[in-house]
Design a protein. Structure first.
Length: 546
Protein backbone atom coordinates (compact mmCIF):
# COMPACT_ATOMS: atom_id res chain seq x y z
CA UNK A 1 0.00 0.00 0.00
CA UNK A 2 1.08 3.60 -0.52
CA UNK A 3 1.30 6.21 2.22
CA UNK A 4 -0.63 9.36 1.39
CA UNK A 5 2.58 11.31 0.95
CA UNK A 6 3.95 8.88 -1.68
CA UNK A 7 0.99 7.79 -3.85
CA UNK A 8 3.17 6.77 -6.78
CA UNK A 9 5.15 4.14 -4.84
CA UNK A 10 4.35 0.58 -3.78
CA UNK A 11 5.81 -0.51 -0.43
CA UNK A 12 6.42 -3.97 0.96
CA UNK A 13 6.79 -4.44 4.76
CA UNK A 14 10.61 -4.15 4.73
CA UNK A 15 10.56 -1.16 2.42
CA UNK A 16 7.98 0.53 4.60
CA UNK A 17 10.10 0.01 7.72
CA UNK A 18 13.23 1.31 6.00
CA UNK A 19 11.30 4.29 4.70
CA UNK A 20 10.09 5.27 8.17
CA UNK A 21 13.61 4.90 9.58
CA UNK A 22 14.87 7.17 6.83
CA UNK A 23 12.13 9.68 7.60
CA UNK A 24 12.95 9.64 11.29
CA UNK A 25 16.62 10.28 10.62
CA UNK A 26 15.96 12.97 8.03
CA UNK A 27 13.52 15.66 9.18
CA UNK A 28 14.06 17.57 5.96
CA UNK A 29 12.68 14.60 4.00
CA UNK A 30 9.45 14.19 5.93
CA UNK A 31 9.00 17.93 6.21
CA UNK A 32 8.46 18.05 2.46
CA UNK A 33 5.84 15.27 2.41
CA UNK A 34 2.83 16.45 0.40
CA UNK A 35 -0.33 16.89 2.43
CA UNK A 36 -3.96 16.20 1.69
CA UNK A 37 -7.26 15.43 3.41
CA UNK A 38 -5.75 12.04 4.23
CA UNK A 39 -2.17 12.40 5.46
CA UNK A 40 0.45 10.60 7.51
CA UNK A 41 2.69 13.55 8.25
CA UNK A 42 0.76 16.67 7.34
CA UNK A 43 -2.97 17.04 6.73
CA UNK A 44 -4.34 19.86 4.64
CA UNK A 45 -7.61 20.71 2.99
CA UNK A 46 -9.46 23.35 1.04
CA UNK A 47 -13.05 23.18 -0.15
CA UNK A 48 -11.99 21.64 -3.45
CA UNK A 49 -10.03 18.82 -1.76
CA UNK A 50 -11.30 15.24 -2.32
CA UNK A 51 -14.05 14.35 0.13
CA UNK A 52 -14.40 17.88 1.53
CA UNK A 53 -17.94 19.26 1.41
CA UNK A 54 -18.69 22.48 -0.41
CA UNK A 55 -16.60 24.09 -3.11
CA UNK A 56 -13.86 26.70 -3.13
CA UNK A 57 -15.17 30.12 -4.11
CA UNK A 58 -13.66 33.58 -4.04
CA UNK A 59 -13.64 35.25 -0.60
CA UNK A 60 -14.91 32.16 1.28
CA UNK A 61 -11.96 32.50 3.71
CA UNK A 62 -11.95 28.83 4.73
CA UNK A 63 -9.76 28.67 7.86
CA UNK A 64 -10.37 32.23 9.09
CA UNK A 65 -10.99 30.68 12.52
CA UNK A 66 -10.13 27.31 14.06
CA UNK A 67 -11.08 25.42 17.22
CA UNK A 68 -10.15 21.96 18.48
CA UNK A 69 -12.53 19.97 20.68
CA UNK A 70 -13.52 16.37 21.35
CA UNK A 71 -17.10 16.77 20.18
CA UNK A 72 -17.95 13.05 20.21
CA UNK A 73 -16.13 12.08 23.42
CA UNK A 74 -13.85 9.44 21.86
CA UNK A 75 -10.67 10.86 23.43
CA UNK A 76 -9.38 12.52 20.25
CA UNK A 77 -9.71 16.16 19.28
CA UNK A 78 -11.75 17.14 16.24
CA UNK A 79 -11.26 20.33 14.24
CA UNK A 80 -13.87 23.02 13.55
CA UNK A 81 -13.05 25.37 10.67
CA UNK A 82 -14.75 28.73 10.23
CA UNK A 83 -15.70 29.90 6.72
CA UNK A 84 -17.14 33.36 7.43
CA UNK A 85 -17.00 34.56 3.82
CA UNK A 86 -19.17 31.75 2.46
CA UNK A 87 -22.36 32.83 0.61
CA UNK A 88 -21.79 36.59 0.61
CA UNK A 89 -20.35 36.46 4.11
CA UNK A 90 -23.37 34.70 5.59
CA UNK A 91 -20.83 32.14 6.83
CA UNK A 92 -20.47 28.40 7.40
CA UNK A 93 -18.58 26.07 9.74
CA UNK A 94 -16.97 22.77 8.67
CA UNK A 95 -16.13 20.13 11.30
CA UNK A 96 -13.64 17.33 10.65
CA UNK A 97 -13.57 14.39 13.08
CA UNK A 98 -10.49 12.45 14.21
CA UNK A 99 -10.28 8.72 13.66
CA UNK A 100 -7.60 8.41 16.35
CA UNK A 101 -4.70 8.97 13.98
CA UNK A 102 -5.60 11.83 11.69
CA UNK A 103 -8.54 13.96 10.65
CA UNK A 104 -10.99 12.35 8.27
CA UNK A 105 -13.77 13.50 5.98
CA UNK A 106 -16.00 10.70 7.33
CA UNK A 107 -18.85 12.18 9.36
CA UNK A 108 -17.89 15.70 8.31
CA UNK A 109 -20.41 18.42 9.26
CA UNK A 110 -20.82 21.52 7.10
CA UNK A 111 -23.48 23.88 8.39
CA UNK A 112 -24.76 27.45 8.48
CA UNK A 113 -27.13 29.21 10.87
CA UNK A 114 -30.04 27.66 8.98
CA UNK A 115 -29.18 24.30 10.55
CA UNK A 116 -29.00 25.63 14.11
CA UNK A 117 -31.70 26.51 16.60
CA UNK A 118 -32.23 29.90 18.22
CA UNK A 119 -33.91 33.22 17.48
CA UNK A 120 -31.39 34.31 14.89
CA UNK A 121 -33.67 34.73 11.85
CA UNK A 122 -31.48 32.34 9.89
CA UNK A 123 -28.53 32.85 7.60
CA UNK A 124 -28.18 36.34 6.10
CA UNK A 125 -25.58 38.12 4.01
CA UNK A 126 -22.89 39.70 6.17
CA UNK A 127 -23.55 37.67 9.34
CA UNK A 128 -19.99 36.22 9.24
CA UNK A 129 -21.10 33.04 11.00
CA UNK A 130 -17.88 31.21 11.93
CA UNK A 131 -15.67 34.30 12.15
CA UNK A 132 -14.60 33.15 15.63
CA UNK A 133 -14.81 29.75 17.36
CA UNK A 134 -14.19 28.34 20.85
CA UNK A 135 -14.62 24.92 22.45
CA UNK A 136 -15.51 23.89 26.00
CA UNK A 137 -17.76 21.53 27.94
CA UNK A 138 -20.37 24.14 28.81
CA UNK A 139 -23.05 21.70 30.00
CA UNK A 140 -20.68 19.41 31.92
CA UNK A 141 -21.71 16.19 30.17
CA UNK A 142 -18.23 15.03 29.15
CA UNK A 143 -18.50 16.15 25.51
CA UNK A 144 -16.86 19.29 24.18
CA UNK A 145 -19.23 21.89 22.75
CA UNK A 146 -18.64 24.52 20.07
CA UNK A 147 -19.33 28.25 20.38
CA UNK A 148 -19.68 29.99 17.01
CA UNK A 149 -19.50 33.77 16.75
CA UNK A 150 -21.31 35.87 14.15
CA UNK A 151 -20.05 39.43 14.77
CA UNK A 152 -21.88 40.76 11.70
CA UNK A 153 -25.29 39.48 12.83
CA UNK A 154 -28.17 41.97 12.48
CA UNK A 155 -30.76 41.60 15.25
CA UNK A 156 -34.20 43.07 15.91
CA UNK A 157 -34.17 46.11 18.14
CA UNK A 158 -35.42 45.67 21.69
CA UNK A 159 -37.27 48.28 23.76
CA UNK A 160 -36.98 50.95 21.05
CA UNK A 161 -33.44 52.00 21.94
CA UNK A 162 -29.90 52.12 20.55
CA UNK A 163 -30.64 51.19 16.93
CA UNK A 164 -32.20 52.62 13.79
CA UNK A 165 -35.05 51.36 11.63
CA UNK A 166 -35.90 48.64 14.16
CA UNK A 167 -32.78 46.63 13.30
CA UNK A 168 -29.46 46.65 15.12
CA UNK A 169 -26.92 46.18 12.35
CA UNK A 170 -23.74 44.29 13.22
CA UNK A 171 -24.94 43.77 16.78
CA UNK A 172 -23.34 40.34 16.79
CA UNK A 173 -24.43 37.00 18.24
CA UNK A 174 -23.28 33.53 19.31
CA UNK A 175 -24.56 30.02 18.76
CA UNK A 176 -23.48 27.29 21.18
CA UNK A 177 -23.72 23.79 19.69
CA UNK A 178 -23.52 20.87 22.09
CA UNK A 179 -21.50 17.70 21.64
CA UNK A 180 -22.70 14.12 22.02
CA UNK A 181 -21.58 10.56 21.34
CA UNK A 182 -22.48 11.15 17.69
CA UNK A 183 -20.90 14.60 17.44
CA UNK A 184 -22.31 18.11 17.42
CA UNK A 185 -26.11 18.33 17.74
CA UNK A 186 -27.12 21.28 15.59
CA UNK A 187 -30.83 21.36 16.35
CA UNK A 188 -30.33 21.94 20.09
CA UNK A 189 -28.05 24.98 19.72
CA UNK A 190 -28.42 27.93 22.06
CA UNK A 191 -28.47 31.52 20.81
CA UNK A 192 -27.14 34.62 22.58
CA UNK A 193 -27.01 38.31 21.77
CA UNK A 194 -25.96 41.04 24.18
CA UNK A 195 -29.45 41.23 25.70
CA UNK A 196 -29.43 37.47 26.34
CA UNK A 197 -26.02 37.62 28.02
CA UNK A 198 -26.99 40.48 30.32
CA UNK A 199 -30.69 41.11 30.93
CA UNK A 200 -29.94 44.42 32.68
CA UNK A 201 -29.03 46.04 29.36
CA UNK A 202 -31.35 48.60 27.76
CA UNK A 203 -31.46 46.56 24.56
CA UNK A 204 -28.91 45.79 21.87
CA UNK A 205 -26.07 47.95 20.58
CA UNK A 206 -25.75 48.67 16.89
CA UNK A 207 -22.25 48.00 15.59
CA UNK A 208 -21.13 46.33 18.84
CA UNK A 209 -19.87 43.25 16.93
CA UNK A 210 -20.46 40.91 19.85
CA UNK A 211 -18.36 37.72 19.51
CA UNK A 212 -15.38 39.36 17.89
CA UNK A 213 -13.49 37.18 20.39
CA UNK A 214 -14.28 34.15 22.56
CA UNK A 215 -12.46 32.29 25.35
CA UNK A 216 -13.23 29.31 27.56
CA UNK A 217 -12.49 29.29 31.30
CA UNK A 218 -13.86 28.47 34.73
CA UNK A 219 -14.43 31.85 36.37
CA UNK A 220 -16.66 30.83 39.26
CA UNK A 221 -14.64 27.79 40.33
CA UNK A 222 -17.46 25.25 40.00
CA UNK A 223 -15.55 22.92 37.70
CA UNK A 224 -17.76 23.71 34.68
CA UNK A 225 -16.53 25.59 31.62
CA UNK A 226 -17.78 29.15 31.15
CA UNK A 227 -17.59 31.35 28.06
CA UNK A 228 -16.14 34.86 27.80
CA UNK A 229 -17.41 36.94 24.88
CA UNK A 230 -15.76 40.10 23.57
CA UNK A 231 -17.79 43.01 22.21
CA UNK A 232 -15.06 45.59 21.47
CA UNK A 233 -17.25 48.17 19.75
CA UNK A 234 -19.92 48.25 22.43
CA UNK A 235 -20.64 51.62 24.03
CA UNK A 236 -22.79 50.45 26.92
CA UNK A 237 -20.15 51.37 29.47
CA UNK A 238 -20.62 55.13 29.18
CA UNK A 239 -23.49 56.86 27.38
CA UNK A 240 -22.31 58.45 24.15
CA UNK A 241 -18.85 56.84 24.31
CA UNK A 242 -18.30 54.40 21.49
CA UNK A 243 -15.77 51.59 21.14
CA UNK A 244 -15.04 51.38 24.86
CA UNK A 245 -15.74 47.67 24.69
CA UNK A 246 -17.36 45.11 26.95
CA UNK A 247 -16.61 41.52 27.91
CA UNK A 248 -19.45 39.25 28.95
CA UNK A 249 -19.25 36.04 30.98
CA UNK A 250 -21.83 33.30 30.38
CA UNK A 251 -21.61 30.66 33.11
CA UNK A 252 -21.85 26.99 32.23
CA UNK A 253 -23.89 24.37 34.04
CA UNK A 254 -26.30 21.49 33.58
CA UNK A 255 -28.46 22.45 30.65
CA UNK A 256 -25.77 24.59 29.05
CA UNK A 257 -24.67 28.19 29.29
CA UNK A 258 -26.78 30.18 31.74
CA UNK A 259 -27.38 27.04 33.80
CA UNK A 260 -25.92 28.58 36.97
CA UNK A 261 -26.78 32.21 36.30
CA UNK A 262 -27.19 34.59 33.44
CA UNK A 263 -23.57 35.74 33.55
CA UNK A 264 -22.38 39.30 33.75
CA UNK A 265 -20.25 42.08 32.32
CA UNK A 266 -16.67 43.10 32.86
CA UNK A 267 -16.02 46.70 31.93
CA UNK A 268 -12.91 48.53 30.84
CA UNK A 269 -12.57 51.53 33.21
CA UNK A 270 -11.58 54.61 31.26
CA UNK A 271 -8.96 55.37 33.91
CA UNK A 272 -6.97 52.38 32.65
CA UNK A 273 -6.38 54.18 29.36
CA UNK A 274 -6.73 57.86 28.48
CA UNK A 275 -10.51 57.92 28.78
CA UNK A 276 -11.19 58.54 25.10
CA UNK A 277 -13.59 55.63 24.75
CA UNK A 278 -11.44 53.94 22.13
CA UNK A 279 -10.05 51.07 24.17
CA UNK A 280 -11.99 48.36 22.30
CA UNK A 281 -11.75 46.05 25.28
CA UNK A 282 -12.44 42.52 24.12
CA UNK A 283 -10.46 42.71 20.87
CA UNK A 284 -8.90 39.43 21.96
CA UNK A 285 -9.39 37.17 24.99
CA UNK A 286 -7.45 34.45 26.79
CA UNK A 287 -7.83 32.56 30.04
CA UNK A 288 -5.93 30.13 32.21
CA UNK A 289 -4.49 29.27 35.60
CA UNK A 290 -2.63 32.56 35.81
CA UNK A 291 -2.67 33.08 39.60
CA UNK A 292 -3.09 31.04 42.78
CA UNK A 293 -6.62 29.73 43.34
CA UNK A 294 -9.15 27.39 41.77
CA UNK A 295 -10.59 29.93 39.33
CA UNK A 296 -9.21 30.97 35.97
CA UNK A 297 -7.92 34.46 35.36
CA UNK A 298 -9.24 36.36 32.35
CA UNK A 299 -7.18 38.47 29.98
CA UNK A 300 -8.78 40.96 27.63
CA UNK A 301 -6.97 43.29 25.28
CA UNK A 302 -7.72 46.87 24.39
CA UNK A 303 -5.51 46.89 21.32
CA UNK A 304 -6.50 50.45 20.34
CA UNK A 305 -6.12 51.88 23.84
CA UNK A 306 -4.42 55.28 23.99
CA UNK A 307 -1.69 55.09 26.64
CA UNK A 308 -0.06 58.22 28.09
CA UNK A 309 -1.05 60.19 25.02
CA UNK A 310 0.21 57.55 22.56
CA UNK A 311 -2.67 56.67 20.23
CA UNK A 312 -3.49 52.97 19.82
CA UNK A 313 -0.39 51.80 21.66
CA UNK A 314 -2.56 49.05 23.14
CA UNK A 315 -3.05 47.44 26.52
CA UNK A 316 -4.06 44.17 28.17
CA UNK A 317 -6.41 43.95 31.16
CA UNK A 318 -6.18 41.14 33.71
CA UNK A 319 -9.07 40.13 35.93
CA UNK A 320 -7.83 38.12 38.90
CA UNK A 321 -9.80 34.96 39.71
CA UNK A 322 -12.99 35.93 41.54
CA UNK A 323 -12.92 39.59 40.43
CA UNK A 324 -15.43 41.04 38.01
CA UNK A 325 -13.45 44.10 36.98
CA UNK A 326 -9.84 44.25 35.75
CA UNK A 327 -7.28 44.34 38.54
CA UNK A 328 -4.13 44.84 36.49
CA UNK A 329 -3.21 46.68 33.33
CA UNK A 330 -0.27 45.71 31.11
CA UNK A 331 1.39 48.08 28.66
CA UNK A 332 4.68 47.84 26.80
CA UNK A 333 6.60 50.22 29.07
CA UNK A 334 6.39 47.62 31.85
CA UNK A 335 8.59 45.31 29.79
CA UNK A 336 12.14 46.45 30.42
CA UNK A 337 13.34 48.73 27.60
CA UNK A 338 10.15 48.52 25.52
CA UNK A 339 8.25 51.71 24.80
CA UNK A 340 4.73 52.52 23.71
CA UNK A 341 4.54 53.45 20.05
CA UNK A 342 1.59 54.82 18.09
CA UNK A 343 -0.47 52.08 16.46
CA UNK A 344 1.61 49.26 17.99
CA UNK A 345 -1.65 47.42 18.85
CA UNK A 346 -0.14 45.63 21.82
CA UNK A 347 -2.64 42.93 22.78
CA UNK A 348 -3.99 42.23 19.31
CA UNK A 349 -3.09 38.58 19.98
CA UNK A 350 -2.88 36.68 23.27
CA UNK A 351 -1.80 33.18 24.32
CA UNK A 352 -1.54 31.49 27.71
CA UNK A 353 0.46 28.41 28.77
CA UNK A 354 3.03 27.27 31.36
CA UNK A 355 6.33 27.87 29.59
CA UNK A 356 8.53 27.10 32.64
CA UNK A 357 6.43 24.29 34.21
CA UNK A 358 6.07 26.04 37.57
CA UNK A 359 2.36 25.27 37.82
CA UNK A 360 1.12 28.70 36.70
CA UNK A 361 0.30 29.75 33.16
CA UNK A 362 2.25 32.62 31.62
CA UNK A 363 1.12 35.37 29.24
CA UNK A 364 2.28 35.98 25.67
CA UNK A 365 1.10 39.18 23.98
CA UNK A 366 1.57 40.19 20.37
CA UNK A 367 2.17 43.72 19.09
CA UNK A 368 2.22 43.02 15.33
CA UNK A 369 2.47 46.69 14.36
CA UNK A 370 5.47 47.42 16.59
CA UNK A 371 8.43 48.98 14.80
CA UNK A 372 11.18 46.60 15.90
CA UNK A 373 14.67 45.79 14.67
CA UNK A 374 17.60 47.65 13.20
CA UNK A 375 16.34 50.97 11.89
CA UNK A 376 12.90 50.32 13.42
CA UNK A 377 11.23 48.98 10.25
CA UNK A 378 7.55 49.85 10.20
CA UNK A 379 5.12 47.17 11.48
CA UNK A 380 7.78 44.49 11.78
CA UNK A 381 6.17 43.23 15.01
CA UNK A 382 7.16 41.99 18.44
CA UNK A 383 5.94 39.53 21.11
CA UNK A 384 6.08 40.04 24.90
CA UNK A 385 6.02 37.29 27.55
CA UNK A 386 5.21 37.91 31.23
CA UNK A 387 5.81 35.00 33.61
CA UNK A 388 3.26 34.49 36.35
CA UNK A 389 3.70 34.76 40.09
CA UNK A 390 1.07 34.02 42.75
CA UNK A 391 -0.85 37.18 41.82
CA UNK A 392 -0.74 36.79 38.05
CA UNK A 393 1.55 37.58 35.11
CA UNK A 394 4.31 39.97 36.18
CA UNK A 395 6.48 41.77 33.59
CA UNK A 396 9.06 42.40 36.34
CA UNK A 397 9.54 38.64 36.72
CA UNK A 398 12.17 38.18 34.00
CA UNK A 399 9.96 39.05 31.03
CA UNK A 400 10.92 38.12 27.47
CA UNK A 401 10.82 40.53 24.53
CA UNK A 402 10.84 38.50 21.32
CA UNK A 403 11.56 39.57 17.76
CA UNK A 404 12.26 37.44 14.73
CA UNK A 405 15.94 38.42 14.89
CA UNK A 406 16.28 35.65 17.53
CA UNK A 407 16.06 33.10 14.70
CA UNK A 408 19.20 32.46 12.69
CA UNK A 409 19.07 34.15 9.31
CA UNK A 410 15.94 36.17 10.09
CA UNK A 411 15.89 39.97 10.14
CA UNK A 412 12.88 42.14 11.04
CA UNK A 413 11.58 44.01 8.03
CA UNK A 414 8.70 46.34 7.31
CA UNK A 415 5.15 44.98 7.26
CA UNK A 416 6.01 41.46 8.42
CA UNK A 417 3.60 41.70 11.39
CA UNK A 418 5.42 39.22 13.59
CA UNK A 419 3.03 38.17 16.38
CA UNK A 420 -0.22 38.57 14.46
CA UNK A 421 -1.31 35.17 15.75
CA UNK A 422 -0.10 33.25 18.81
CA UNK A 423 -0.69 29.72 20.09
CA UNK A 424 0.80 28.09 23.17
CA UNK A 425 1.02 24.50 24.38
CA UNK A 426 3.16 21.36 24.33
CA UNK A 427 4.08 20.59 20.72
CA UNK A 428 7.34 18.83 21.65
CA UNK A 429 8.01 15.89 23.98
CA UNK A 430 9.22 17.57 27.16
CA UNK A 431 7.58 19.03 30.26
CA UNK A 432 7.27 22.58 28.97
CA UNK A 433 4.75 24.46 26.88
CA UNK A 434 6.02 26.05 23.68
CA UNK A 435 5.06 29.26 21.88
CA UNK A 436 4.13 29.57 18.20
CA UNK A 437 4.12 32.99 16.53
CA UNK A 438 2.82 33.85 13.09
CA UNK A 439 4.36 36.48 10.83
CA UNK A 440 1.97 36.57 7.85
CA UNK A 441 3.78 39.48 6.18
CA UNK A 442 7.05 37.56 5.74
CA UNK A 443 8.23 36.79 2.22
CA UNK A 444 6.00 39.10 0.16
CA UNK A 445 3.10 38.27 2.46
CA UNK A 446 3.55 34.54 1.91
CA UNK A 447 3.97 34.13 5.67
CA UNK A 448 6.17 32.24 8.17
CA UNK A 449 5.51 30.45 11.46
CA UNK A 450 8.03 30.65 14.30
CA UNK A 451 8.49 28.26 17.25
CA UNK A 452 10.16 29.07 20.57
CA UNK A 453 10.49 26.19 23.05
CA UNK A 454 9.81 26.27 26.77
CA UNK A 455 12.33 25.31 29.46
CA UNK A 456 12.80 25.42 33.23
CA UNK A 457 13.89 29.05 32.87
CA UNK A 458 11.16 30.01 30.42
CA UNK A 459 11.23 30.36 26.66
CA UNK A 460 14.63 29.67 25.15
CA UNK A 461 16.38 30.19 21.83
CA UNK A 462 17.56 26.55 21.92
CA UNK A 463 15.72 24.63 19.24
CA UNK A 464 14.17 27.68 17.58
CA UNK A 465 12.38 26.73 14.36
CA UNK A 466 10.75 28.59 11.50
CA UNK A 467 8.59 27.06 8.77
CA UNK A 468 6.60 28.08 5.72
CA UNK A 469 3.98 26.22 3.70
CA UNK A 470 6.70 24.45 1.74
CA UNK A 471 7.73 22.54 4.87
CA UNK A 472 4.21 21.11 5.07
CA UNK A 473 3.95 20.00 1.46
CA UNK A 474 2.16 23.14 0.31
CA UNK A 475 3.18 26.03 -1.90
CA UNK A 476 3.90 29.57 -0.80
CA UNK A 477 2.44 32.38 -2.87
CA UNK A 478 2.47 36.12 -2.37
CA UNK A 479 -0.51 37.28 -0.37
CA UNK A 480 -1.26 33.94 1.34
CA UNK A 481 -0.60 35.40 4.83
CA UNK A 482 0.34 31.99 6.25
CA UNK A 483 0.56 32.25 10.05
CA UNK A 484 -2.42 34.56 10.55
CA UNK A 485 -4.59 31.89 12.26
CA UNK A 486 -3.32 29.24 14.71
CA UNK A 487 -4.84 26.60 17.02
CA UNK A 488 -3.46 23.61 18.94
CA UNK A 489 -5.17 20.26 19.57
CA UNK A 490 -4.44 16.57 20.09
CA UNK A 491 -5.79 14.68 17.10
CA UNK A 492 -4.23 11.32 18.02
CA UNK A 493 -4.47 11.35 21.83
CA UNK A 494 -0.74 11.09 22.54
CA UNK A 495 -0.57 14.21 24.73
CA UNK A 496 1.48 16.17 22.20
CA UNK A 497 -0.43 18.90 20.43
CA UNK A 498 -0.78 19.17 16.69
CA UNK A 499 -0.70 22.62 15.07
CA UNK A 500 -3.59 23.77 12.90
CA UNK A 501 -2.79 26.71 10.64
CA UNK A 502 -5.51 28.62 8.85
CA UNK A 503 -4.63 30.36 5.59
CA UNK A 504 -7.90 32.13 4.73
CA UNK A 505 -6.23 34.34 2.11
CA UNK A 506 -4.96 31.36 0.11
CA UNK A 507 -6.11 31.26 -3.50
CA UNK A 508 -7.51 27.92 -4.68
CA UNK A 509 -7.25 27.70 -8.44
CA UNK A 510 -8.80 30.91 -9.75
CA UNK A 511 -10.81 31.47 -6.54
CA UNK A 512 -9.06 34.29 -4.68
CA UNK A 513 -9.04 34.11 -0.88
CA UNK A 514 -10.89 30.79 -0.92
CA UNK A 515 -8.76 29.56 1.98
CA UNK A 516 -6.90 26.48 3.18
CA UNK A 517 -6.04 24.72 6.46
CA UNK A 518 -2.94 22.74 7.43
CA UNK A 519 -2.53 20.41 10.40
CA UNK A 520 0.98 19.22 11.21
CA UNK A 521 3.02 17.09 13.63
CA UNK A 522 6.12 18.84 12.28
CA UNK A 523 7.51 19.96 15.64
CA UNK A 524 7.25 16.46 17.21
CA UNK A 525 10.17 14.48 15.75
CA UNK A 526 8.60 11.10 16.69
CA UNK A 527 5.36 11.65 14.81
CA UNK A 528 6.21 9.17 12.00
CA UNK A 529 5.41 6.32 14.39
CA UNK A 530 1.92 7.62 15.20
CA UNK A 531 0.33 6.95 11.82
CA UNK A 532 -1.40 3.68 12.80
CA UNK A 533 0.79 1.34 10.74
CA UNK A 534 2.09 -0.55 13.77
CA UNK A 535 -1.38 -0.99 15.28
CA UNK A 536 -2.92 -2.12 12.00
CA UNK A 537 -5.16 0.95 11.66
CA UNK A 538 -4.73 1.90 8.00
CA UNK A 539 -7.17 4.81 8.07
CA UNK A 540 -4.39 7.38 7.76
CA UNK A 541 -3.16 5.80 4.54
CA UNK A 542 -4.11 6.55 0.96
CA UNK A 543 -5.04 2.91 0.34
CA UNK A 544 -6.52 0.53 2.90
CA UNK A 545 -5.30 -2.80 1.52
CA UNK A 546 -1.79 -4.02 0.61
Amino acid sequence: MSPAGFPHLKFGPLARALTFLLLLCSPAAWAQTPCGPIGVANWCANQDSPGVDGGAEASDRFGASLAWGDYNGDGFDDLAVGIPGENNSAGFVDVFYSNGNTLTTNGQQLFSQDQTGGADEGSENGDEFGAVLASGDFNHDGFQDLAVGSPGEDLPELFGANCTLFTCEDAGAIHVIYGSATGLQLASAQFFGEAELDTSLPGRAEGARLATSLARGDWNGDGVDDLAVGSPHSGFQTAGVIDSGTVYIAFGGVGGLGGTGAGGRIFSPDTFCDGDGGEQMGTSLAAGHLANGNRDGLLSSGATCTVAGVAEAGSVFFSNPGNADPTRLYVQTQFSTAGNGPNDHFGLSLAVADFNADGLDDLATGAPNKNHGAGNPSDSGRVYVAYSTAGGPDPANGADLIGEDEWAGQTPAANEHFGTALAAGKVTRDAFADLLMGAPGEGANGGFLFLKKGSATGLTTDGNQVISQGFLGGTTEAGDLFGSVLALGDVNGDGILEVAIGVPDKDVGTATDAGMVYVTHYFDASFVFTDGFESGDTSAWALTSP
